[in-house]
Design a binder for this molecule. Structure first.
Ligand code: PEP
Ligand code: MN
Length: 342
């Protein structure tokens, strides 16, 4: 149940915590208190008197829900403001390949409006014989390139024992699609204060991804963004995955976390990346994460879906124009004020 208190009744939140806290999970957000598994009858008279509204049909992933937390979560990193009507471009190679290469890609990202540099140093490859990533050296190259160009770092962490090491270099953890339900990994990043980009698993339902996000929130880390990167359907003949653009408004209705689109892993082929990016932007995504490479034919991973610098320039210009047209904010509307979607 979510209890919405009347104005100036905050002291009742403490009362409710004392009353139910020993036997139930109790979460407080402003004037809202979520207490799992109780009914109205269990409230004392003084508690009932403070109630403005009772919500009985709250989801299990309650901390991530709009019912508990109506306003958008806005994530602040050194170089980015992510969420709500802000639009964040994230770009970089699938894998960090070398110091020189990631520097070159950082420049392309920066010149086209990205504020986040992506790049994998630990790669979840389908085959154990495929390139597995440069490991900690890759993280160093990525950090250096991002700092050279004033960008945030986004990189995947695959194992809980690497969380501490990756934390030294990254501004945002990526949890890959294959690890979306690696609960020990989710718990470990949930104990940090570093923002987390959680990618939807390829067979995950919307509720699955929301519950996965709740594992992170349960540890105290509420800086979470959810990324749609395409799901597996019956048809992957022409695209690598099926981009579920519908998940953008659905997630935005259900959760306050920013929703990001990864058109690269959805498309799988360069020629489809920009149309899917624009579809996701039109649907209302708070940003895009895009793979780029200057020589895709020789990329260490995912070359078939990498955009060349001029192709990324085209995508970035179009996506920013579409976003501004549909969701552009007035100058006076600050970037930092949380907004409530209607
Ligand atoms: C990636 O970002 O390179 C990646 C492996 O993504 P996903 O987990 O979505 O497949
Ligand atoms: Mn990739």
């Amino acid at each position: 149940m979510i209890i919405v208190l009347k104005p100036d009744q905050e002291s009742v939140a403490t009362e409710l915590q004392h009353h139910f806290g020993d036997h139930h999970d109790v979460f407080v957000h402003d004037n809202r208190i979520a207490i799992a598994g109780i009914s109205e009858d269990e409230l004392l008279g003084s508690e009932k008197a403070a109630v403005a509204e009772l919500i009985n049909d709250e989801p299990k992933a309650v901390q991530g829900s709009r019912q508990f937390h109506p306003e958008d979560t806005i994530i602040h990193t050194k170089h980015s403001t992510i969420g709500g009507d802000n639009f964040t471009l994230m770009a970089g190679p699938c894998s960090v390949e070398s110091q020189a290469h990631v520097l070159k890609m950082a420049r392309v990202a920066k010149e086209n409006g990205a504020t986040v540099l992506r790049g994998g140093a630990f790669k979840p490859r389908t085959s154990p014989y495929s390139f597995q990533g440069l490991g900690e050296d890759g993280l160093k190259y990525l950090r250096h390139a991002a700092d050279e160009y004033g960008l945030d770092v986004l990189t995947e962490v695959m194992d809980d024992e690497h969380v501490g090491m990756v934390a030294k270099y990254t501004d945002i953890f990526q949890i890959g699609a294959r690890n979306m339900q690696n609960f020990s990994l989710l718990k470990t990043v949930g104990e940090t204060d570093i923002p987390v980009m959680l990618k939807r698993g390829m067979s995950a339902t919307v509720d699955d991804v929301l519950n996965a996000a709740e594992y992170i929130a349960a540890g105290g880390n509420h800086n979470i963004m959810i990324t749609e990167r395409g799901i597996r359907t019956f048809d992957n003949k022409y695209t690598r995955n099926t981009m579920d653009a519908g998940t953008v408004p659905v997630l935005q209705k259900l959760t306050h976390y920013p929703v990001i689109i990864d058109p690269s892993h959805a498309a799988g082929h360069t020629e489809f990346v920009t149309p899917l990016a624009l579809a996701g932007t039109t649907a209302g995504a708070s940003g895009l994460v895009v793979e780029i490479h200057d020589d895709p034919a020789h990329a260490f991973s995912d070359g078939a879906q990498a955009l060349k610098p001029d192709e990324f320039k085209d995508l970035a210009e179009k996506a920013i124009a579409v976003h501004d047209l549909l969701f552009g904010m007035d100058e006076e509307e600050t970037e930092t004020e949380p907004q409530t979607r209607h």
